[in-house]
Write a protein that binds this ligand. Structure first.
Ligand SMILES: Cc1cc2nc3c(=O)[nH]c(=O)nc-3n(C[C@H](O)[C@H](O)[C@H](O)COP(=O)(O)OP(=O)(O)OC[C@H]3O[C@@H](n4cnc5c(N)ncnc54)[C@H](O)[C@@H]3O)c2cc1C
Length: 245
């Protein structure tokens, strides 16, 4: 799976929340991409302050079985060159990216149960992994903990509910760190779920994706519950990251 340049056409845009957008890209040249669930593609985008473009990676949210297209899940970061560029794309636009890249992909975890933990759009590579696993009949216990801020940030709940219905070994919990009144689901950050719901990590393999605060806190918590493989995809360090889900 050598990294190469792809030309693609934007063929589907869905606004999932006030600041999250899903974009579908139909590949043009080459017409197919081979990647491992969890990997990313990179865009070169203009930077308002510099004379040369900057590179921004985005995880593929669709499964590797879809070879002629990919789906990305994007957070709008105000003033950010990468997200501003991708949010400016319209259906029918042609663009290009390089890929696939990264070593955050599903490993052979033997007989271990799987625990996935995401904050925000960090769900993107995990969705690709989950679809890939269950497309192939995976049957070990699999849990997803997903942290978002409040009700207006919710999306993909129906997708994971349907997955859990079809695959009784899959369980997911979405927790809101700043819920509005009326929310009856889990509250607090994903670390609270791990403290309360994971008795031991010795039979787990863990996949984490999101901001650095979540990743270091969850890794430390899991470490206290036993020795196990922890695979991490850190997207960014944010000043307000600890206030986030
Ligand atoms: C391996 C990898 C995969 C990634 N996949 C995705 C993806 O699938 N979807 C996605 O939206 N982003 C993803 N990112 C983040 C993405 O590459 C950019 O960093 C992000 O779009 C911001 O870039 P920018 O140029 O718009 O803003 P910048 O000016 O580069 O960033 C400004 C600040 O925004 C914050 N920030 C960065 N990413 C986010 C985010 N997702 N949500 C909230 N705040 C953020 C950080 O504090 C950052 O310092 C990924 C990052 C990595 C390393």
């Amino acid at each position: 799976m050598a990294i190469q340049l792809y030309r693609a056409r934007v063929d589907r845009i869905r606004n999932l929340t006030h600041d999250v957008r899903e974009i579908g890209f139909q590949l043009i040249d080459p017409p197919e991409i081979l990647f491992k669930a969890g990997q990313f593609v990179s865009f070169e985008v203009p930077h308002p302050k510099f004379n040369k473009p900057v590179t921004r990676p985005y995880s593929i949210a669709s499964p590797p079985s879809q070879r002629d297209r990919i789906t990305l899940l994007l957070n709008l970061v105000t003033g950010g060159p990468g997200s501003t560029h991708l949010f400016s794309l319209k259906e029918g636009d042609d663009t290009q990216f390089k890929g696939p890249g990264g070593s955050f992909y599903l490993k052979d975890e033997g007989q271990r149960d799987l625990l996935f933990v995401a904050t925000g759009t960090g769900i993107a590579p995990l969705r690709s992994m989950l679809d890939h696993l269950f497309d192939r009949g995976f049957s070990r216990n699999t849990t997803l903990y997903w942290g978002l801020r409040s009700q207006r940030d919710l999306y993909y709940q129906d997708v994971f509910e349907a997955l859990a219905k079809r695959h009784p070994c899959f369980r997911f919990v979405t927790t809101l760190s700043q819920p509005e009144p009326g929310w009856t689901g889990a509250t607090g950050r994903v670390t609270k779920l791990i403290e309360e719901q994971v008795p031991s990590a010795t039979n787990l393999a863990v996949y984490l994706c999101g901001h650095s605060g979540m990743i270091s806190e969850v890794s430390a918590l899991i470490g206290k519950k036993g020795l196990c493989p922890i695979h991490k995809e850190k997207w960014y360090d944010g000043a307000d990251e600890l206030a986030q889900a």
